[in-house]
Design a protein around this ligand. Structure first.
Ligand SMILES: C[S@@+](CC[C@H](N)C(=O)[O-])C[C@H]1O[C@@H](n2cnc3c(N)ncnc32)[C@H](O)[C@@H]1O
Length: 165
């Protein structure tokens, strides 16, 4: 029950079309866009990209790290990890399929591909509560503005059960 509620809250039609339109207004497109051009909208949480940058700066990333970003949205944090810390492999998971599809399409834009410089970003539709990876698949994990949602849902479900059963 909780999963459709979360995805219905986040799923937004026309993400790519809206982004392409905004880019056009900046005189850019898939060929010429750089990850920094997306920062006004690809890290959507309190404090935006600067807040995430503060978090990422504490992570002591190594080039060889395999990083998992949980609740990756449209992949803004994953791109920041690759571009700013030269990490070669980031996997993102998010419950909202529309975000994963949009993020995957954005990562395929030639301007973004060029900035990723051969590093791998894979985005998957999956839940933080049922990750489809073997134990010890990753060296580091980031989770930006996602855990409170999982915790809140847990609290709501507990309250519902307590009140109505
Ligand atoms: C506020 S957005 C932040 C997205 C991204 N981390 C960012 O900073 O731009 C929260 C994200 O968490 C995702 N989410 C919520 N519950 C989740 C869960 N149990 N597993 C995976 N993703 C989840 C939502 O789909 C949404 O994309």
């Amino acid at each position: 029950m909780a999963v459709p509620a979360v995805t219905a809250h986040y799923a937004t039609p026309g993400i790519l079309e809206n982004m392409l339109q905004a880019l056009e207004g900046m005189g850019k497109g898939p060929q010429t866009v750089a990850p920094a051009d997306l920062k006004a909208c690809d890290e959507f949480h309190m404090g935006g990209a600067p807040a995430a940058a503060h978090l990422l700066a504490q992570m002591d990333f190594q080039n060889t790290d395999r990083v998992l970003d949980v609740g990756c949205g449209i992949g803004g944090t994953a791109r920041a990890i690759v571009c700013n810390y030269k990490v070669s492999s980031v996997v993102g998971v998010d419950l909202t399929q529309e975000y994963v599809e949009a993020g995957t399409a954005i990562n395929a834009w030639p301007g973004i591909q060029s900035a990723l410089a051969g590093a791998s970003i894979e985005l998957h539709t999956a839940s933080a509560t049922a990750l489809p990876f073997a134990d010890a698949s990753f060296d580091k994990l980031t989770m930006v503005a996602c855990i409170y949602i999982c915790v809140c849902l847990y609290i709501y479900v507990c309250m519902y059960i307590y009140i109505y059963t």
